[in-house]
Design a protein around this ligand. Structure first.
Ligand code: SF4
Length: 213
């Protein structure tokens, strides 16, 4: 039986508890992490963040030669491309004097447009930054979400924004809810709804079609 997104959220929340994401110490670290994690897992991104930690201030990364930056983030894969992306992001951030509070004053739509205009910042990266660094309620419609909702039995739009808007239309515009929901879905994809799912004991078992195609 298909449940509402709100019920899915509440079921996951009751099972896993509050997640208090993102796994980074500062909003700046979180934003750099969101670029490092592209096309890899968080473990590799975290290794790169650790190496980068003596330089985790925007001014320092701005001054760091790109070759040195690339070498420091090697463990995240595609390190030359990611170094360019981080530099492009820093160039944009610099136009706001690295002031996160100033950027937060922008509306969600305008800020999303700006983030998407940065080379190497795609929709998922932009939305993660909007949600976890700039406090904008937005649903991150990543591959984990797509996998879980498909298996549960939802007919989901094929495009990224189609899925994001579909969920947002049915949930309250609540920052904490979006923050937690994304983190809970990632946790669920790791613990139960893996590539090869562990359906035994899954908190969503009763409302899942187990569509594994
Ligand atoms: S019952 Fe299985 S397929 Fe359905 S959400 Fe749980 S782990 Fe995924």
């Amino acid at each position: 039986m298909q449940r509402s997104y709100q019920v899915i959220y509440e079921t996951l929340f009751n099972h896993y508890g509050p997640q208090n994401w993102w796994p980074a110490d500062t909003p700046f670290e979180m934003m750099i992490g969101s670029i490092l994690v592209q096309n890899t897992n968080w473990r590799n991104a975290e290794k790169a963040l650790t190496k980068l930690s003596p330089f985790l201030e925007p001014e320092m990364i701005d001054r760091l030669p790109i070759e040195e930056l690339a070498e420091l983030i090697r463990s995240s894969g595609f390190f030359n491309i990611k170094a360019k992306r981080i530099k492009a992001f820093i160039d944009w951030f610099k136009t706001y004097h690295y002031d996160i509070e100033e950027i937060k004053k922008m509306n969600r739509q305008g800020l999303r447009r700006e983030l998407l205009s940065i080379k190497g910042v795609g929709k998922e990266t932009a939305d993660v930054m909007l949600l976890y660094a700039f406090d904008k309620p937005i649903f991150v419609a990543d591959a984990y979400v797509r996998r879980i909702f498909h298996r549960l039995g939802y007919d989901i739009p094929t495009s990224y924004d189609g899925l994001r808007e579909r969920v947002e239309e049915r949930l309250p515009n609540d920052l904490v809810l979006y923050n937690e929901f994304h983190a809970l879905l990632v946790e669920h994809a790791k613990q139960f709804c893996r590539t090869k799912p562990i359906c035994d004991g899954c908190p969503l078992f009763d409302s899942c079609d187990q569509r594994l195609d």
